[in-house]
Design a protein around this ligand. Sequence first.
Ligand SMILES: *Cc1c(COP(=O)(O)O)cnc(C)c1O
Length: 463
Amino acid sequence: MPKDLELDSTTRRQLTEAVLSYADDYVEDLPAAPASFPPIDPDLIKELAFPPPEHGADLPQLLDTLDRALDSGINTASGKFLSYIPSGGIHTAALGRLLGAVTNRYTGGLHGAPGLVAMEDGIVQWMCRLFDLPDTASGVLLSGGSTANLTATVAARSRLGHDFGGGVVYTSERAHHSVAKAATIAGIHPDRVRLVPADDQLRLSIDALRTSISQDVASGLSPMLIVASAGTTDTGTIDPLRQCAQVAAESGAWFHVDAAYGGFFTLTDRGRQRMTGIEEADSITLDAHKSLFLPFGVGGLLVRDRNELIHSLEGRGAYMQDVPAHDTLPNYFAMSPELTRPSRGLEVWLSLHLHGVEPFRSALDQMLDLAQWTADELRALAGIEVMADPELSIVAFRATAGDSATKHIAQHVNDSRDIHVSSTTVDGRFLVRLAYLSQRTDTTVAQRAVQLIKEALVAHDPD
Ligand SMILES: *Cc1c(COP(=O)(O)O)cnc(C)c1O
């Protein structure tokens, strides 16, 4: 419809209002929307994948196409979405993202928008204080936990210089796969990545870690990086962080904590207690699109020593000779693989400054309560075994009758399309998991989930 790429004010307002009204209806209709949709029609896939036309279409028609595209898959925006790790998608962050895109200022370096960098740095420094990191600490907002784990791995690797071939990465067998993937991308040979066994509480076993390190040191290798999880994706389990920090200090390894899922629970008293030891980390991965309820696309890496990160990632080109050096504010391009980046800080800033911190804390507290309530309810059911008391907001359980009965529960819950859950495997046994991490999830949702699980137990014929 609009012929020119630059819009006049009238067109701009018309289009913006149409999009905002679409967005508002979408959110308004969410409570009634299903948690997941029927499989997508292959003909629709072909239709949706059509290349752009030479001459543009009308916005209403395109919003209609979007509507049909959204009616498939899992409804991650819904409060009834309890699978994988939910992402709240708070509206204020979406507004911040719009402002970031419209103002379109460059925050990769200090010269582009020092004011926006200052606002983002204020957010990052607030995060550093949350984890009691020292004054040398800093960080960078990234696309998510995977890029943050990658960035941390590169920083850890550079402590060994260019000759890192003998450097070894240790993490738990229950760690997120992005930890091993980061090692691969960073050019660390798979033979140098140890997936250390977890103990019966699913926590990284310190004894096994120590044994693994001694064996490697005896064969002339160097412990390079220890990655602990502060909230595993499967079960929300927190590794023994203080002990991991101690082993790292003894062995000279970089200590990274992957708190992509669990990190911001440190805003709550319970979360903070459970994550003690995290303040000793050399670096911490966070996902604001998980435990800060933001829409997908904002994670971050905090580092104990800003200079160490810059040392490993700074690059310079002649075309950048006008860019000032870091002072108290950082050049983000020197702290991550990215050069050009969206104004991520703006959306985090707008959300945190508009709401204040308290609503985030109480929403996280509510997630902890929901998980505890669900675990208690499920534990009271004959035929259900809850894996452990939830440390954060994930409840993992199985049917005592075995895998087939457990799978039946997941199927029954998901077939209802009222709730969506996902599964995992621990020690060869199939588990259903419920993850609470959306401001749209409340007790009604938890009650419905438990009710569906009860129904499945009654309906299942043991085979
Ligand atoms: C989600 C997750 C990641 C990966 O983060 P993305 O934002 O999806 O890239 C890494 N570690 C843990 C523990 C996670 O839960």
